[in-house]
Design a protein around this ligand. Structure first.
Ligand code: MTE
Ligand code: MO
Length: 203
Protein backbone atom coordinates (compact mmCIF):
# COMPACT_ATOMS: atom_id res chain seq x y z
CA UNK A 1 0.00 0.00 0.00
CA UNK A 2 1.32 3.43 -0.88
CA UNK A 3 0.78 5.27 2.39
CA UNK A 4 3.12 8.18 1.81
CA UNK A 5 1.05 9.66 -0.99
CA UNK A 6 -1.79 10.19 1.45
CA UNK A 7 -5.32 11.07 0.58
CA UNK A 8 -4.55 13.63 -2.14
CA UNK A 9 -2.50 11.29 -4.32
CA UNK A 10 -5.16 9.18 -5.97
CA UNK A 11 -8.18 9.91 -8.02
CA UNK A 12 -10.95 7.49 -8.69
CA UNK A 13 -11.10 6.74 -12.44
CA UNK A 14 -14.18 8.11 -14.20
CA UNK A 15 -16.78 5.38 -14.68
CA UNK A 16 -16.73 3.76 -18.11
CA UNK A 17 -19.56 5.35 -20.14
CA UNK A 18 -20.37 1.90 -21.51
CA UNK A 19 -21.51 0.79 -18.03
CA UNK A 20 -25.23 1.27 -17.30
CA UNK A 21 -26.12 2.55 -13.80
CA UNK A 22 -25.39 0.11 -11.00
CA UNK A 23 -23.21 -2.17 -13.17
CA UNK A 24 -19.51 -3.07 -12.78
CA UNK A 25 -17.00 -4.29 -15.33
CA UNK A 26 -16.38 -8.02 -14.79
CA UNK A 27 -13.15 -7.78 -16.77
CA UNK A 28 -11.88 -11.18 -17.88
CA UNK A 29 -14.46 -13.06 -15.78
CA UNK A 30 -17.60 -14.35 -17.44
CA UNK A 31 -19.93 -15.67 -14.73
CA UNK A 32 -22.21 -18.58 -15.60
CA UNK A 33 -25.84 -18.20 -14.53
CA UNK A 34 -27.96 -21.25 -15.23
CA UNK A 35 -31.24 -22.11 -13.52
CA UNK A 36 -31.52 -25.61 -14.99
CA UNK A 37 -29.27 -28.57 -15.71
CA UNK A 38 -26.85 -27.79 -18.56
CA UNK A 39 -28.02 -29.80 -21.58
CA UNK A 40 -25.97 -31.76 -24.08
CA UNK A 41 -27.16 -30.69 -27.54
CA UNK A 42 -25.20 -32.28 -30.40
CA UNK A 43 -25.27 -30.09 -33.49
CA UNK A 44 -26.25 -33.19 -35.52
CA UNK A 45 -29.72 -33.13 -33.93
CA UNK A 46 -29.97 -29.45 -32.92
CA UNK A 47 -32.84 -27.45 -34.37
CA UNK A 48 -34.02 -23.87 -34.25
CA UNK A 49 -37.60 -22.86 -34.98
CA UNK A 50 -39.53 -19.71 -35.69
CA UNK A 51 -43.19 -20.41 -34.96
CA UNK A 52 -46.50 -18.72 -34.27
CA UNK A 53 -47.48 -15.56 -36.14
CA UNK A 54 -45.11 -15.69 -39.11
CA UNK A 55 -46.03 -16.31 -42.74
CA UNK A 56 -44.14 -19.62 -42.93
CA UNK A 57 -43.28 -21.25 -39.59
CA UNK A 58 -39.84 -22.75 -40.17
CA UNK A 59 -37.37 -25.07 -38.45
CA UNK A 60 -33.68 -25.06 -39.34
CA UNK A 61 -31.03 -27.69 -38.73
CA UNK A 62 -27.53 -26.64 -37.66
CA UNK A 63 -26.29 -26.66 -41.28
CA UNK A 64 -29.38 -24.86 -42.57
CA UNK A 65 -29.02 -22.15 -39.94
CA UNK A 66 -25.36 -21.73 -40.88
CA UNK A 67 -26.30 -21.36 -44.55
CA UNK A 68 -28.23 -18.19 -43.70
CA UNK A 69 -26.31 -14.89 -43.90
CA UNK A 70 -24.39 -14.50 -40.64
CA UNK A 71 -23.57 -11.35 -38.75
CA UNK A 72 -21.56 -10.23 -35.75
CA UNK A 73 -22.45 -8.14 -32.70
CA UNK A 74 -19.56 -6.25 -31.18
CA UNK A 75 -20.32 -4.65 -27.85
CA UNK A 76 -21.34 -5.14 -24.28
CA UNK A 77 -23.61 -7.41 -22.20
CA UNK A 78 -25.25 -6.60 -18.86
CA UNK A 79 -26.50 -9.06 -16.24
CA UNK A 80 -29.14 -7.93 -13.75
CA UNK A 81 -26.89 -9.22 -10.92
CA UNK A 82 -24.72 -6.14 -11.78
CA UNK A 83 -21.83 -7.53 -13.82
CA UNK A 84 -21.26 -6.31 -17.34
CA UNK A 85 -18.77 -7.50 -19.92
CA UNK A 86 -17.45 -4.93 -22.36
CA UNK A 87 -16.24 -5.32 -25.90
CA UNK A 88 -17.43 -8.82 -26.72
CA UNK A 89 -17.95 -10.23 -30.22
CA UNK A 90 -20.76 -12.69 -30.91
CA UNK A 91 -21.42 -14.21 -34.34
CA UNK A 92 -24.55 -15.95 -35.53
CA UNK A 93 -27.69 -15.14 -37.46
CA UNK A 94 -29.74 -12.05 -36.77
CA UNK A 95 -33.35 -12.50 -35.73
CA UNK A 96 -34.23 -10.19 -38.66
CA UNK A 97 -32.72 -12.74 -41.03
CA UNK A 98 -34.61 -15.61 -39.37
CA UNK A 99 -37.91 -13.75 -39.51
CA UNK A 100 -37.35 -12.84 -43.15
CA UNK A 101 -36.54 -16.47 -43.98
CA UNK A 102 -39.82 -17.42 -42.27
CA UNK A 103 -41.73 -15.09 -44.59
CA UNK A 104 -41.93 -12.24 -42.09
CA UNK A 105 -44.11 -11.56 -39.03
CA UNK A 106 -47.86 -11.39 -39.49
CA UNK A 107 -49.32 -7.93 -38.86
CA UNK A 108 -50.87 -9.13 -35.60
CA UNK A 109 -47.52 -10.18 -34.08
CA UNK A 110 -46.45 -7.97 -31.14
CA UNK A 111 -44.31 -10.18 -28.88
CA UNK A 112 -41.91 -13.09 -28.93
CA UNK A 113 -41.62 -15.96 -26.48
CA UNK A 114 -38.18 -17.57 -26.65
CA UNK A 115 -38.05 -21.18 -25.45
CA UNK A 116 -34.86 -23.14 -24.82
CA UNK A 117 -34.24 -26.83 -25.45
CA UNK A 118 -34.30 -27.09 -21.63
CA UNK A 119 -37.70 -25.41 -21.22
CA UNK A 120 -36.37 -22.02 -20.04
CA UNK A 121 -38.51 -19.21 -21.44
CA UNK A 122 -38.26 -15.44 -21.75
CA UNK A 123 -40.57 -12.91 -23.39
CA UNK A 124 -39.70 -9.90 -25.51
CA UNK A 125 -41.54 -7.22 -27.46
CA UNK A 126 -41.11 -7.97 -31.17
CA UNK A 127 -39.58 -4.49 -31.56
CA UNK A 128 -36.70 -5.52 -29.25
CA UNK A 129 -35.64 -8.44 -31.43
CA UNK A 130 -35.92 -6.66 -34.81
CA UNK A 131 -33.97 -3.79 -36.34
CA UNK A 132 -30.56 -5.45 -36.00
CA UNK A 133 -30.67 -5.79 -32.20
CA UNK A 134 -30.97 -9.55 -31.63
CA UNK A 135 -29.17 -12.68 -32.78
CA UNK A 136 -29.03 -16.42 -32.40
CA UNK A 137 -25.30 -16.64 -31.69
CA UNK A 138 -22.99 -19.67 -31.96
CA UNK A 139 -19.60 -18.02 -31.70
CA UNK A 140 -18.05 -15.77 -29.10
CA UNK A 141 -14.76 -13.96 -29.60
CA UNK A 142 -14.05 -16.15 -32.62
CA UNK A 143 -14.59 -19.52 -30.93
CA UNK A 144 -17.60 -21.86 -30.67
CA UNK A 145 -19.96 -20.75 -27.89
CA UNK A 146 -19.14 -22.88 -24.80
CA UNK A 147 -21.98 -25.09 -23.60
CA UNK A 148 -22.06 -23.35 -20.20
CA UNK A 149 -22.78 -20.08 -22.00
CA UNK A 150 -25.58 -21.57 -24.10
CA UNK A 151 -23.72 -23.48 -26.79
CA UNK A 152 -24.20 -24.62 -29.39
CA UNK A 153 -26.38 -21.50 -29.78
CA UNK A 154 -28.13 -18.92 -27.64
CA UNK A 155 -30.37 -15.94 -28.11
CA UNK A 156 -28.48 -12.65 -27.79
CA UNK A 157 -30.39 -9.44 -27.04
CA UNK A 158 -27.55 -7.33 -25.69
CA UNK A 159 -29.43 -4.04 -25.24
CA UNK A 160 -31.58 -5.71 -22.54
CA UNK A 161 -30.48 -7.44 -19.31
CA UNK A 162 -28.87 -10.74 -20.12
CA UNK A 163 -31.64 -12.99 -18.73
CA UNK A 164 -33.47 -12.16 -21.99
CA UNK A 165 -30.66 -13.92 -23.90
CA UNK A 166 -31.96 -17.48 -23.60
CA UNK A 167 -29.17 -20.04 -23.61
CA UNK A 168 -29.73 -23.18 -25.74
CA UNK A 169 -32.54 -21.40 -27.58
CA UNK A 170 -34.85 -23.76 -29.48
CA UNK A 171 -37.74 -21.65 -30.68
CA UNK A 172 -38.91 -18.10 -31.15
CA UNK A 173 -42.70 -17.97 -31.09
CA UNK A 174 -44.41 -14.83 -32.34
CA UNK A 175 -47.53 -13.92 -30.39
CA UNK A 176 -50.26 -11.27 -30.51
CA UNK A 177 -49.91 -10.73 -26.75
CA UNK A 178 -47.26 -10.69 -24.04
CA UNK A 179 -46.58 -13.93 -22.18
CA UNK A 180 -44.21 -13.71 -19.19
CA UNK A 181 -41.27 -16.12 -19.24
CA UNK A 182 -39.44 -17.91 -16.43
CA UNK A 183 -37.78 -14.98 -14.64
CA UNK A 184 -40.57 -12.57 -15.56
CA UNK A 185 -43.02 -14.84 -13.69
CA UNK A 186 -40.60 -14.75 -10.76
CA UNK A 187 -40.47 -10.99 -10.25
CA UNK A 188 -38.11 -9.74 -12.92
CA UNK A 189 -39.10 -6.81 -15.08
CA UNK A 190 -41.10 -7.49 -18.22
CA UNK A 191 -38.69 -5.61 -20.53
CA UNK A 192 -35.35 -5.25 -18.69
CA UNK A 193 -33.69 -2.09 -20.05
CA UNK A 194 -30.35 -1.76 -18.21
CA UNK A 195 -30.04 1.97 -18.90
CA UNK A 196 -33.22 2.70 -16.91
CA UNK A 197 -32.53 -0.13 -14.43
CA UNK A 198 -35.66 -2.13 -15.21
CA UNK A 199 -34.52 -4.92 -12.91
CA UNK A 200 -37.67 -6.00 -11.10
CA UNK A 201 -41.40 -5.66 -11.59
CA UNK A 202 -42.34 -2.08 -10.74
CA UNK A 203 -38.92 -0.59 -11.59
N1 MTE B 1 -31.65 -21.42 -20.70
C1 MTE B 1 -31.23 -20.45 -19.89
N2 MTE B 1 -30.90 -19.27 -20.42
C2 MTE B 1 -30.48 -18.27 -19.62
C3 MTE B 1 -30.42 -18.45 -18.21
C4 MTE B 1 -30.78 -19.70 -17.69
O1 MTE B 1 -30.75 -19.94 -16.47
N3 MTE B 1 -31.16 -20.69 -18.55
N4 MTE B 1 -29.99 -17.42 -17.40
C5 MTE B 1 -30.11 -16.08 -17.94
C6 MTE B 1 -29.39 -15.14 -17.13
S1 MTE B 1 -30.08 -14.65 -15.68
C7 MTE B 1 -28.20 -14.62 -17.53
S2 MTE B 1 -27.42 -13.39 -16.70
C8 MTE B 1 -27.52 -15.16 -18.71
C9 MTE B 1 -26.22 -15.73 -18.26
O2 MTE B 1 -25.48 -16.16 -19.36
P1 MTE B 1 -24.05 -16.74 -19.10
O3 MTE B 1 -24.22 -17.91 -18.15
O4 MTE B 1 -23.54 -17.10 -20.42
O5 MTE B 1 -23.27 -15.63 -18.45
O6 MTE B 1 -28.24 -16.17 -19.38
C10 MTE B 1 -29.62 -16.02 -19.39
N5 MTE B 1 -30.16 -17.09 -20.17
MO1 MO C 1 -28.84 -12.74 -15.02
Amino acid sequence: MDVTRGFTGRRRAAPDPRLPPGQYDAGADWPVLTAEVTPDLPTSTWTLGVSGLVATPTTWTWNEAHALPSSTYEGDIHCVTTWSKLGMAFTGVSVDTLLEAAGGPLLTATHVLATSHTGYTTNLPLADVTGGRAWVAWEVDGAPLPVAHGGPARLLVPHLYFWKSAKWVADLRLLDHDEPGFWEQNGYHDRGDPWTEQRYQGD
